[in-house]
Design a protein around this ligand. Sequence first.
Ligand code: URA
Length: 247
Amino acid sequence: MRLAKFLASAGVASRRAAEELVRAGRVAVGGVPVTDPAHSVGESDAVTVDGAPARPERERVVYALNKPAGVLSTARDTHGRPTVVSLIDAAVRLYPVGRLDADTTGLILLTNDGQLAHRLTHPSFRVPKTYRALLARPPVREAALRALRAGVALEDGPTAPARVSRVSADTIELTITEGRKRQVRRMCEAVGHPVRQLERVKFGTLSLGALKPGQYRRLSEAAVERLSAAAPAARRGARSSSRAPRR
Ligand code: URA
């Protein structure tokens, strides 16, 4: 993009004023002064104005995808298997917000906003995620539901209390606020009902709704704000980490 446009999109000045800044010799690219406003720069170029860095603002995008079974929820796969990122036709680089197991279906979010992804997945923000699980060895009795609600002893420690409701003799809905590896599968197994199918139907304030497997939609800014409010500032005691937990 042209240098003047780069500066304008970084909020430094209007396009016209940015051209003047460049002509006045106050702008450098990679440490070298540039006086041509049409000079071509990329997003990764180090541009400075009077020595201070200028970066173009990136538009935040968030997509909701209904992940089909067999699709990986990593950004890319070294064995060329399909990933959630490869299903979305977006102009920006996207990252999955947490993970679902390859055989889990349902709602997964993707965004280019690393901070939002961190807040939605870090356990300290306790964003609720709801799963619908088809269980083996029905009927699922009240004692099993009570055990899931109270917390189950797993090898990596007891789970926090969960919201659990029975949908039918072999299907439950379970809401957890942690994000441990294969947590729902391990919880259900621990109460005697291995999971046969698992689908995430809700993430924070957002429901899967009518999205069919493989379908996705971009969230409106209002929907993103509602989601973000599900991880309110009061819970931002978490240490910042560049690696988000799994889900
Ligand atoms: N819990 C699981 O066991 N698997 C998932 O994919 C998500 C939550």
